[in-house]
Every structure is written in structure tokens, then in C-alpha cells.
Design a protein around this ligand. Structure first.
Ligand code: CP
Length: 293
């Protein structure tokens, strides 16, 4: 059975087929291809976009959705998260969508379930459907011609599962990824080019991807305030100049810390387009995994 734990679970051909389907779903009000199926959402971390997008995607395909309220579930009585998933699995759902802070949790489930597991965010490491919708958004903008495009991922890269998934996915499609971050947020590896300042890369890149500073994943205080961080890393009209770039952000955006109010309104900002595309891409992922096509 196929699962989606990281983007490498799909071949390039499978991803391109997902994008073809997503393009069709973008223009479709609804479909009944998953009529009679039941999708369960288990979000052990907060979410607005991913959880709602999976719910909307499943409903637009005619499936029913159960979103367990983890806060009032029996995990509060001591039931382990593994047992929680096993009990949900025993009810016979057609897919289980899971977000959890443990990077390895999703992979440990696959030998024990009877339906696809879809990773909706795993700790600091992987957010495959976000990376797929990011790539879809980039491809849509460049009419599929993404080979050789350069992407600067800016901000708290070390704590970001979005960066974690994109740094693996985008190069598979011929794109070059670099990072811009203060030293405290950089990767401790030479595998990718890493820069200190936006001005070091802005003349060379086609895509700017801003990230949220993930205070909840930090073990120490790196900045006295986010305003101090924003002085160098907030995306503004000034530091984007008149460059012909597109601006992405996975959300939630910390306004005037990650991206200025003004830049969010700039036509180069594709932040809400990403959200819209996220429903269509997740429809295509659900269709593929549930119907095993
Ligand atoms: N992009 C993203 O994962 O947003 P949420 O945390 O709101 O789901």
C-alpha cells in the first residue's frame, strides 16, 4: 500500500500526474470520485490551512471526514498516540491524515494500518503536501518551465519542515535551492548554499520563500524580540526591489516580521494562491492514495 510520508514516496511521474489532476480540480466545483469513503484527520499540532484544506479536499471529492478533536480525545486519559491511531484504523477509514511533532511517528505506523497514512506535518522534518503545493504554485507561474529556476528560502530554515521537504523536492525538478538566515537558524551542513543577507541573493533568484520563525520549536531565545529579527529578514518592497520574483510563504504569516503588510498586497505575493492550490493538490493526493491509482 502506498503512503505519503515524504515527497520521495512519489516518483516524478506520479507527482506530475498529481499536478495534472490538481489542475483539473482547480476548475471543478466538486466530484464524487471518493463517494462512500471516509477520511480521518488526526492533528496533534495546531493547524488552520492543512487541516481545513484536507477537509475541503475530501468533501469536494464526495468523501466524508472525521476530524478528531485531539484535545478532548482519550490521549488525555493516557492512551498513546500509537494506540489512538490503531483504534481509528480498526474502524476502517480509507485514509488517515496525521500531523505530529515526532519526525518518525508516521513511518512507524505503516506496517500496522490498513489504509494510506498521509503526513500533514512531521516535527521539523517533513511537510510533503505543503512542498507539493509550493512546487505546483511555482510551476503554474512559470508554465511548467522550472528547470534552472533559483529559490531562496528565507528565515528559520533549521526548524522548518516546509524547508525540509522543499530542499529535497525542488532539486528533483531541476531547481536550485539556497537559504538565507541568521547563523542561529542555518543548517549545520555544507550541502546547500547558505547566506546571511537577502541582498546577497536577491539579484539571482526567481522565487523567494519566506518562513515563520518557529518559537515553539526553539530551546533557547535567539532574539530579544521578533522585531529585531525582522530588521534583516522581513520581506519588504525595499529588499525585493523591482525584481521579477514570486513570493511564497506556507503560513501562518507573522505580518511585518516575515513579510510586510505592503508586500503581502504586492502582485508578486502568491501566498493566498498557495492556499487555494493546496486544496486542489490535496484532492489529487487523496484520489491517488485512496483509489490506489
Ligand atoms: N502551512 C501550514 O502547514 O499551515 P497550518 O499550520 O495552518 O496547517
Amino acid at each position: 500500500m502506498q503512503h505519503l510520508i515524504t515527497t520521495s514516496d512519489f516518483t516524478k511521474e506520479e507527482i506530475l500526474k498529481i499536478f495534472d489532476d490538481a489542475k483539473i480540480f482547480l476548475d471543478m466545483e466538486s466530484s464524487q470520485v471518493l463517494k462512500g469513503k471516509v477520511i480521518v484527520n488526526l492533528f496533534f499540532e495546531n493547524s488552520t490551512r492543512t487541516r481545513s484544506a484536507f477537509e475541503m479536499a475530501a468533501k469536494r471529492l464526495g468523501a466524508q471526514v472525521i476530524s478528531l478533536d485531539v484535545g478532548t480525545s482519550s490521549t488525555s486519559k493516557g492512551e498513546t498516540i500509537f494506540d489512538t491511531v490503531m483504534n481509528i484504523n480498526a474502524m476502517g477509514p480509507d485514509a488517515i491524515v496525521i500531523r505530529h511533532s515526532d519526525c518518525n511517528f508516521h513511518r512507524t505506523l505503516v506496517d500496522y494500518v490498513n489504509c494510506p497514512i498521509i503526513n500533514a506535518g512531521a516535527g521539523k522534518t517533513a511537510h510533503p503536501t505543503q512542498a507539493l503545493l509550493d512546487l505546483f504554485t511555482i510551476r503554474e507561474h512559470f508554465n511548467g518551465e522550472v528547470e534552472g529556476k533559483k529559490v531562496a528560502i528565507i528565515g528559520d530554515v533549521k526548524s522548518s519542515r516546509v524547508a525540509g521537504s522543499n530542499k529535497k523536492l525542488l532539486p528533483r525538478f531541476g531547481m536550485e535551492v539556497c537559504f538565507v538566515a541568521p547563523d542561529c537558524f542555518k543548517y549545520e551542513t555544507d550541502e546547500f548554499k547558505q547566506y546571511n543577507k537577502i541582498s546577497d541573493v536577491i539579484d539571482e533568484v526567481d522565487v523567494v520563500m519566506s518562513l515563520r520563525t518557529q518559537l515553539e520549536r526553539h530551546n533557547e531565545v535567539y532574539f530579544q524580540s521578533l522585531n529585531e529579527y525582522a530588521v534583516d529578514y522581513c520581506i519588504t518592497k525595499e529588499n525585493m526591489q523591482d525584481r521579477d520574483i514570486i513570493l511564497l510563504h506556507p503560513g501562518p504569516v507573522n505580518r511585518n516580521v516575515d513579510i510586510s503588510d505592503e508586500m503581502l498586497l504586492d502582485p508578486r505575493s502568491k501566498v493566498l494562491e498557495q492556499v487555494r492550490n493546496g486544496v486542489a493538490v490535496r484532492m489529487a493526493v487523496l484520489k491517488k492514495l485512496v483509489l490506489k491509482q
